[in-house]
Design a protein around this ligand. Structure first.
Ligand SMILES: Nc1ncnc2c1ncn2[C@@H]1O[C@H](COP(=O)(O)OP(=O)(O)OP(=O)(O)O)[C@@H](O)[C@H]1O
Ligand SMILES: [Mg+2]
Length: 356
């Protein structure tokens, strides 16, 4: 089941109204807004309210695929259309027939594919790669982007004619900081959701003062970030800890704050990061339990590079040796190093066969 569009702010109520009006028309919709504001939630709501809900909702992320793959994913291909096309495959346009095609991150679609897309939207026809046959398609196209497409048009990275085709109905979702009145309702919704996911958690809801702080925060990652905080609260049960880890609003950090190394600002400087993947990588080489002030005291970029490359080398060597039953000359050949180098590295990284 898709997520309901939660919110009581004027802008969300207006969007809900618009969804009701547009859902029956199947006019192309362009949804814009910062990351995490709910563009996909709105696209799903349009689909769920429409007569097309009985058919497919097909999503494609135009930023995630290289150009040629994006083209074949969209339009499909015939057997032998290109190297590796071992059998015929239908594209998203066909799978979405009579349903919805959600073009996510449309602002990242390469220019060459934009002209083809425009043609398909105008004619309702397309042909898979390697095919002479034209297919008629009936899809409702909903597109989304967090880019400013008007700017992209000026920079000549987005076609103006395609923009007008997609932008028949525009739904712009304001960032969460501009509609703090939605925050209590979102908190309520996600608390209920995570309570059933973590039935043993004693993560408590915010008291009035904490709620006020949450409503005053600027939420750079929007609803997604708020949602993650509630999930964290289920595990940590400490709003103070959660606030400690929230990134500061850069516009609120005065020059004096940034220059003073001893202050609270400096102490959390390197610990405020919304990108958990990055923090995970860094934590492998830097001890994040050290205070921000001293975090990089004993380590340089050069040292981190050496540690990272050693770590990867060790894993690759062990992996290959395991696969070839610890036959060192075979492993050396596969890794394209001399036998002597391999032995040296094995001893440097203490790689040895398991004791039987
Ligand atoms: N109004 C809302 N009600 C309930 N959940 C919401 C709302 N807005 C966003 N969310 C939740 O926040 C998360 C991010 O939403 P979504 O993926 O729709 O954002 P997005 O704008 O598409 O983000 P991105 O630009 O990063 O793709 C999802 O888990 C979604 O369920
Ligand atoms: Mg999205």
């Amino acid at each position: 089941m898709s997520t309901p569009l939660i919110g009581v702010s004027k802008s969300i109520l207006k969007i809900k109204e618009l969804i009701n009006h547009v859902a029956n028309t199947c006019l192309n919709v362009l949804i814009t807004g910062e990351t995490g504001v709910g563009k996909e939630v709105v696209a799903q709501s349009l689909y769920a309210e429409s007569p097309r809900a009985a058919n497919n909702f097909v999503k494609i992320n135009c930023a995630a695929l290289p150009e040629t793959l994006l083209e074949s994913e969209l339009y499909g291909y015939e057997k032998g259309a290109f190297t590796g096309a071992h059998k015929k495959r239908p594209g998203k346009f066909l799978t979405a027939h009579k349903g919805v095609l959600f073009l996510d991150e449309i602002g990242d679609m390469p220019l060459t594919l934009q002209s083809k897309m425009l043609h398909v939207l105008q004619s309702g026809e397309f042909s898979p790669l390697g095919s002479d046959e034209d297919f008629k398609t009936d899809v409702w196209v909903i597109a989304a982007t967090n880019r400013n497409l008007e700017e992209s048009i000026n920079n000549k990275t987005f076609r103006e004619d395609l923009f007008y085709r997609l932008n028949i109905i525009k739904i712009d979702i304001p960032p969460l900081r501009k509609r703090p009145e939605d925050i209590p309702a979102l908190i309520e919704y996600y608390f209920r959701m995570y309570r059933s996911e973590y039935p043993n958690s004693d993560g408590g809801k915010p008291d009035p003062e904490t709620l006020e702080r949450l409503c005053a925060y600027h939420w750079p990652g929007n609803v997604r970030q708020l949602q993650n905080c509630i999930k964290k609260q289920m595990v940590l049960n400490s709003w103070d800890k959660i606030f400690e880890e929230l990134p500061q609003d850069p516009s609120l950090i005065s020059e004096q704050d940034t220059d003073s190394p001893g202050g609270e600002q400096a102490d959390t400087l390197f610990h405020n990061d919304v990108n958990p993947e990055r923090m995970k990588i860094i934590s492998e080489f830097v001890d994040l339990s050290t205070s921000s002030e001293k975090l990089f005291e004993d380590i340089s970029l050069k040292k981190i590079k050496k540690l990272a490359s050693d770590k990867v080398e060790k894993e690759v060597i062990t992996f290959v040796l395991e696969k070839v039953g610890w036959n060192r000359s075979r492993a050396a050949k596969i890794l394209k190093v001399s036998y002597k180098t391999l032995l040296y590295k094995m001893s440097e990284f203490s790689v040895s066969p398991p004791v039987k």
